[in-house]
Every structure is written in C-alpha cells, then in structure tokens.
Design a protein around this ligand. Structure first.
Ligand SMILES: [Zn+2]
Ligand SMILES: [Zn+2]
Length: 402
C-alpha cells in the first residue's frame, strides 16, 4: 500500500509531461498558422459539372421592416424576376415584429413565386449586431430571437437545432456582427453597391480564413427602398432605389439543382462568387490538382496538399465586355500573390503554385475592370467603381472539423 501510494503520483506526472511534450512537438512540426492537428483524409469534392449557376440577392428589406419605403414583397419579387434572378431571400428586421417573421414577412400573401426560389430568413437584429438567417424551409425564428442576448454557445446550439445557415452582416460597419465567428457559416463581404465601404469586411474575412474558419463570403444589397409607384408616394429615401437595389451586388451559387435547399447548401459549402450586378460577368475559380488538364476543384472546395504544383484557372463567364480590360488579383493567405490583365469575350488566366504540404493555404480572386451597365439601378455603377466581382477561396488542408 505504502509503496503504491508513493509511486503513483510520480507515474501520473510522467504521463502528463509526455502528453505536454507531444503537444509541443506537434505544434513545432506544423508551424504555418499554428495548425497543430493532422488533417485526416478529406471527403471528395462534389462534381464541377452536375449543377447549375443561380443568382440572387441575400439581403433585402420589405415593408415588414419599419424603416423601408415603397417596398412591398410583390414589388421586390417582380423586380427580381425582371432582372433574371433565380433566388431571393427577403430579410426583414426581426426586432420590428418581436421575432415573429413567420406571421409577417412569410405570411404575407405576396410571399410566393412560381419562378423565383424564395428562401426563408430574416435579419437577426440585436444589440450585438446584425446577422442574416437563410433557410430552405420555414423554421422557428422566434427561438433564435429569444436567445439573442445569451452566450454564444447557447446561440450556436439553438442555431444547430433549427438547422439554419447563419451569416454575419456588414461586419465592420454600424451594427457590426458582435458574436463569435464560430457560430456562423458565411460573412457579408460585399454589402450594398458602395463597394469601398467593404474593405474592413474583407480584412475580417481574411483573418477568419487564416484562423481555419472556412467561412463563405457572400453579398447582399441591404436594399430598403423601392421606386414609388406615383410621385406623391416618394419619401426622403426614394432616391436610394436608383443607386442600391436588388442585385447590387448579386451572389452566384453553384447549386446541385434548382431548389431552395441546394441554394443554401451551396452557400454553406462556399461554391459562391459575387458580381457587382446581375449583368456583370461571373467570376469562376478552379484548380487542377494533378495538372492533367482537367479541373478537379472550384472555389469553396478543400483538398489535402500533396506538395506538388497545382494549376489554377480564373475565368469570367457571361457578359464580359469584349473590349474591356479586366485586372485579376490573386490573394493567397491574406496577401497579394499575383496580378494578371485579361481581355476578350471569355477572359481567363491560368497560374501555377505549390500549396504547402503542412499548414493551411487558401487562394481567392478579386476582379476589377469596366462597370457593366445596370439600367434598372443606374447610379449603382458609379458606387461600385471598378469592382467587377470576387470569388470564394480554394482551400488546402482546412480541417472540416474546425
Ligand atoms: Zn443590418
Ligand atoms: Zn439589413
């Protein structure tokens, strides 16, 4: 007895020291971004061809938000259809209806469409900032509203139980997102037509990506005001409809099919790019892992780095102005990596790089060039300036269990 009692504490301390040493060794062997865990085999990426590109707006306020004007649901839906949108999420302020969006926005007889995929959502409007919810089907939004002042762990659990996608809105502006980025799936990196206001949101996104959070970057016009039907209906804010409305910017998703669930899934997975408006070219970003001439992954995808070179391809699809010169900027791990000038009907560029075999790497793209005309929102072009579009990252060694 006496012998055992004196031995065991020493043995115990010995085990603790070994664990500590192993932990330190793991940290040293994998120093990039401080990543210490070894990534298991990653699941294969989905098909690059079995799917459909769908465009829409993920942040629009209707008359169910108290500060909106001339913006009934039917007007938003018919406008969206007229400019070729495929999906839409009307995100009214939940605090304006005490969290009961189900009996307001969603119960509005105008909340229906034969051709447009209507997501269910709301702007979670709290003292700690704003976030958008996206859901393929109705959910109990009141539950999320009711926990808004609780700890992030509680909110995250409720969000998971509801099965919804939660997204940080205008994260660096007024009403920034004051919650943990561990409880969200995406971040609004392009809010409204005024592109220049988004610089800090992009910086936060790069920080989060560098931390291993594979957050999807998405857009949202945050439009509140429609064109008045008659001049006497005009308000002090009516002019905004000509500068910022549905589609400024436009978020493209590569969905496996044309359903609301596929749109939300694509958003969560990051197969997403953002364009200045519905007519501007779409940025597509692919990678060929084994350099066999066939692309294997696209933006939002994640693969294990092999230590061999990877060929990347950036392409502008759609209404690229044939005489336009576009500047493609590549960002790698938050820093400028390369700049290319492209032109033509389908401007494209390829480049090669070798993602580090240890630690995480990501590559993303921004495109600048001539503004594409958006006659329905004519003043938006000047506000977006030369910003044409941006991609989501292609990722290496991101742990899906972050
Ligand atoms: Zn907001
Ligand atoms: Zn808003």
């Amino acid at each position: 007895m006496t012998f055992e009692n004196t031995k065991s504490p020493i043995l115990f301390t010995g085990i603790k020291c070994t664990v500590l040493l192993l932990t330190i060794a793991a940290c040293i062997s994998n120093p990039v971004f401080g990543q210490s865990k070894k990534i298991a085999k990653l699941p294969p990426n989905a098909s690059l061809t079995d799917g459909v590109w769908l465009k829409g707006d993920l942040h629009v306020h209707s008359r169910h938000s108290k500060e909106s004007s001339n913006n009934p649901v039917a007007k938003i839906i018919s406008f969206s259809r007229s400019v070729g949108m495929d999906y839409l999420c009307i995100t009214d302020h939940d605090n304006h209806v005490d969290g009961d969006v189900a009996h307001n926005t969603w119960a509005d007889p105008e909340f229906k469409s034969d051709s447009l995929l209507l997501l269910y959502g709301a702007e979670w409007t709290t003292t700690r900032g704003h976030g958008n919810v996206f859901s393929a089907k109705p959910y109990d939004h009141k539950r999320l509203y009711d926990v808004r002042d609780q700890r992030d762990t509680v909110i995250g659990r409720v969000k998971n139980e509801l099965g919804i996608h939660l997204s940080a809105n205008h994260p660096s502006g007024k009403d920034h997102f004051g919650y943990s980025y561990d409880i969200i799936e995406s971040i609004e990196v392009w809010n409204s037509a005024v592109w220049s206001r988004n610089a800090n949101a992009i910086m936060i996104w790069d920080d989060m990506l560098s931390s291993g959070r594979k957050l999807t970057g998405r857009g949202g016009s945050d439009a509140h005001h429609g064109n008045p039907d008659t001049p006497d209906k005009a308000t002090a804010n009516s002019g905004q409809a000509k500068a910022n409305y549905v589609g400024t910017p436009t978020t493209w998703v590569f969905a496996v099919k044309r359903t609301t669930q596929a749109v939300v899934d694509a958003l969560t997975n990051g197969r997403v790019s953002i364009s200045a408006n519905p007519y501007a070219p779409r940025v597509e970003f692919y990678a060929d892992l084994n350099v066999d001439g066939k692309m294997d992954m696209m933006m939002g995808d994640n693969a294990k780095a092999t230590g061999k070179p990877v060929k990347f391809r950036v392409q502008l699809t759609g209404n690229a102005l044939p005489e336009g010169n576009y500047t493609i900027n590549i960002v790698k791990n938050g820093s400028k990596f390369g700049t290319y000038q492209v032109t033509g009907k389908t401007p494209a560029v390829e480049f090669t790089d070798t993602p580090a075999i240890t630690g995480r790497s990501y590559y993303r793209v921004t495109v600048e060039g001539p503004a594409t005309s958006y006659p329905q929102v004519p003043q938006s072009m000047a506000l977006s300036g030369s910003m044409v579009g941006l991609s989501n990252p292609i990722c290496f060694n991101f742990d899906p269990n972050f």
